[in-house]
Design a protein around this ligand. Structure first.
Ligand code: ASP
Length: 721
């Protein structure tokens, strides 16, 4: 080979490699779109090994965990592995200050000690079909959007009802590429999923908010569950008679670890990405919306963090709630920084310029697609004031102030009563009682009152007065425009935050309950605030959003046509996807290079005795001192986490990292700071997903948790010989 040809090939292959890592692909199209490339990157499997409807394949070991995370089956007895941060609310729900499984860890010594989790479910994907043709039957390009939607709805219902399935299976149809394609999923959902084990929080959440979204990382972010099945291994509600689920496939677990450049496959249920947004949308996100959300959550977290550090009971009650708020808060900060640092907006504008150039050069496209981009700019500008109000009100009234959120949920009972009276509400009373009791279990009015006082400052100072409630302003004036006084009034007078009152109200039946809610001062305050959102601001927002959605559908179609040479993947929508890449470090900034693997040495470097975020359990320190790593160590060291170039997002939390042969090598749980903007703009040079090394998981289960019986259930393999 000549040197020149070699160089050309090298450049081409590098381009392809850089490109290859972007994308969350549909398993059904794997053979057609990805198999060859994956094999060229080192994969030894075939498409059929990953997704098959005829025999057990990797997909049969993957579940949607509770509808918000991913988990994988790792034994023939239905043992399930997911992240600690996916299982934390269940671990927390079984914990008390006396038996604090969250802080100290939990290991069921036998199956009889495994703990049921009402409401938790695990969904398998049995089959995927492309139903685009059927769903878009009779739909034409000229059709009015409403008419189109009516056909799509009608056709979807028909497709679902005609789909072949067993009576214990479910079927759903989801739009892809903004409604330009449709896929059908036949699923099986198991509703008896029990907690088997979890490491102490000082391992499962090591580094907490400081280390979240950051590499180098040292978190043992895993927890263990088990699926139970009814007669015939079929899905069933919880019953003590249920038996461990027997999977069609369980992932073998590799003890050989990873090396740089090793092929990695991440398989799971990514939640939501928006990779094809026009530049004005990204500008709005970074310049307007993210700062609002971040500012509000800064305040909430300041209050919560302080209270949680002071009082172990508050920590236990708020740990899961705080994580949800802090996780997105930090992600948005990283996302905005990443967009700026990588000049993502300018890049997107350059892409749009090229789009427009090609469109203008083709008379048919010009006619159809020529005004898409200018129209986007116009619509986003028009929507901006409503989008801002929606963000403020959504964050304050719908999310951060717990009393607001609670009162808005209770409002649904009032609405139901107004619509159908006591008989309509009667069947929902049990559910209402569970919700109210659940609320009180983890509620500290004093903490919430401080959040309220802090966020009311934002409400009255930052939110456009046009969207402030007159009633709320009156109350504020009555409180001498003092936030603390207002807080004392609201929380002092409110009856719905008093457990004794609410228990009596529930006992009094639908009418009694609704009366207490309706007459409550805090409820009235919240409803007045929320009505503005549900009325003016949100209606306008929605009206414009409908136009934006239609335009985005059109734009997606246009991009696929205009850039026909490009390989498109659909945005994440909580359906089963795979992404592939390689173990690889990266350079976060000039002169700095990150290695792809961390070790227990790094845990000890970060260790701060007694610290809220960086404490290390004594037993782990002892194991480290003795280098007692069993078969899980590597040359006298204990690997902890590694990174790769897989394109992941929220929902991929808990997804398996799989090697070239189909064995489990890690557990996906996060992304590296510099690349958190990958939901909008994936940049292969700095976007990395973070995985716990499976050897660390096994080491913690076995050596720290003393749960060697779980390891015995697994198939441990040595693919590297
Ligand atoms: N840690 C992330 C999350 O839970 C996972 C990700 O987005 O990559 O949202």
């Amino acid at each position: 080979m000549t040197k020149k040809l070699f160089l050309i090939l090298l450049v081409l292959s590098n381009c392809r490699l850089a490109q290859a890592t972007e994308g969350m692909w549909l398993p059904l199209l794997l053979q057609q779109l990805n198999e060859a490339e994956m094999q060229s990157m080192g994969m030894k499997m075939t498409a059929e090994d990953i997704y098959s409807v005829n025999r057990g394949s990797l997909k049969d070991a993957i579940v949607h965990f509770g509808g918000f995370c991913t988990a994988e089956v790792i034994s023939t007895q239905g043992l399930l592995l997911t992240n600690h941060h996916c299982g934390d609310e269940f671990i927390q729900s079984h914990s008390t200050l006396e038996k604090n499984y969250y802080e100290n860890g939990f290991w069921a010594a036998s199956k009889s000690e495994e703990l049921p989790n009402p409401g938790l479910f695990a969904t398998f994907i049995i089959r995927i079909e492309d139903v685009t043709k059927q769903v878009l039957e009779n739909v034409t390009e000229e059709m009015h959007p409403k008419e189109r939607q009516a056909w799509v709805t009608r056709n979807t219902e028909r497709v679902k009802s005609e789909a072949q399935r067993e009576d214990y299976q479910d079927v759903m149809v989801r739009p892809f590429f903004e409604g330009n394609q449709y896929f059908l999923f036949v699923t099986e959902t198991y509703r008896d999923v029990r907690l088997v084990g979890a490491p102490p929080a000082s391992i499962g959440k090591f580094g907490a908010d400081t280390d979240n979204w950051v590499w180098p990382r040292h978190t043992g972010d895993f927890s263990v569950f088990r699926i139970y099945a009814g007669p015939g291994n079929r899905p069933a509600e919880y019953s003590p008679e249920n038996q461990p689920y027997q999977p069609r496939h369980a992932l073998p677990v590799s003890l050989d670890g990873v090396d740089a450049d090793d092929f990695t496959l991440v398989f799971g249920f990514p939640g939501r990405t928006e990779e094809y947004l026009p530049s004005p949308a990204i500008e709005q996100r970074v310049n307007i919306l993210n700062p609002i959300r971040i500012g509000i959550r800064d305040r909430t977290l300041e209050v919560m963090n302080e209270a949680m550090r002071k009082d172990p009971m508050v920590r236990l009650q708020y740990v899961s709630k705080q994580s949800r708020i802090a996780n997105s808060w930090k992600k948005w900060i990283g996302e905005s920084q990443g967009i700026r640092r990588t000049n993502a907006i300018a890049q997107r504008q350059a892409y749009e310029k090229e789009f427009q150039k090609r469109v203008e050069a083709n008379p048919e496209w010009k006619e159809k697609y020529g005004s898409i981009l200018p129209r986007f700019r116009q619509l986003y500008a028009e929507q901006e004031p409503y989008a801002k109000a929606r963000e403020y009100l959504g964050e304050i009234a719908g999310r951060n102030v717990e009393l607001f959120r609670y009162a808005n949920t209770l409002h649904r009972l009032v609405k139901s009563y107004d619509a159908s009276g006591a008989p309509g509400l009667e069947p929902r009373m049990g559910q209402a009682q569970d919700y109210i009791e659940g609320f009180f279990k983890d509620y500290q009015p004093d903490v919430d009152r401080q959040v309220f006082a802090s966020l009311m400052e934002v409400y009255f100072n930052e939110l456009n007065p046009a969207y402030q409630s007159k009633f709320a302003i009156e109350q504020f004036v009555n409180a001498d425009k003092d936030y603390q006084t207002l807080a004392s009034l609201i929380y002092g007078k409110s009856q719905i935050i008093r457990p004794d009152v609410m228990r009596q109200a529930i006992a009094a039946g639908p009418e009694g309950l609704v009366t207490v809610i309706r007459e409550d001062y805090a409820y009235q305050f919240v409803r007045n605030i929320s009505e503005v959102n549900e009325g003016d601001a949100l209606k306008e927002y929605q009206r414009i959003q409908e136009d934006i959605d239609l335009l985005q559908q059109e734009y997606m179609k246009a991009q696929m046509e205009v850039f026909a040479e490009k390989r498109f993947y659909p945005d994440a929508n909580s359906t089963l996807r795979f992404t592939y890449g390689q173990v690889d470090g990266y350079s976060p900034r000039d002169a700095v290079r990150y290695e792809p693997q961390t070790y227990l040495d790094g845990v000890m470097e970060k260790y701060i005795p007694g610290d809220y975020e960086f404490d290390v359990p004594e037993k782990l320190q002892q194991l480290y001192a003795k280098k007692d790593y069993g078969p899980y160590g590597e040359n006298g060291r204990m690997p902890v986490c590694f990174i790769g170039t897989n394109h992941t997002t929220g929902g991929n939390s808990g997804s398996p990292a799989i090697d070239a042969h189909g064995n489990l090598i890690g557990l996906n749980f996060d992304r590296a700071w510099e690349g958190t903007m990958s939901d909008i703009n994936y940049d292969p040079s700095i976007c990395r997903n973070i995985m716990v090394d499976i050897r660390y998981v096994l080491f913690i289960i076995d050596k720290l948790g003393g749960a060697g019986h779980l390891i015995e259930e697994m198939e441990l393999v040595h693919p590297k010989g």
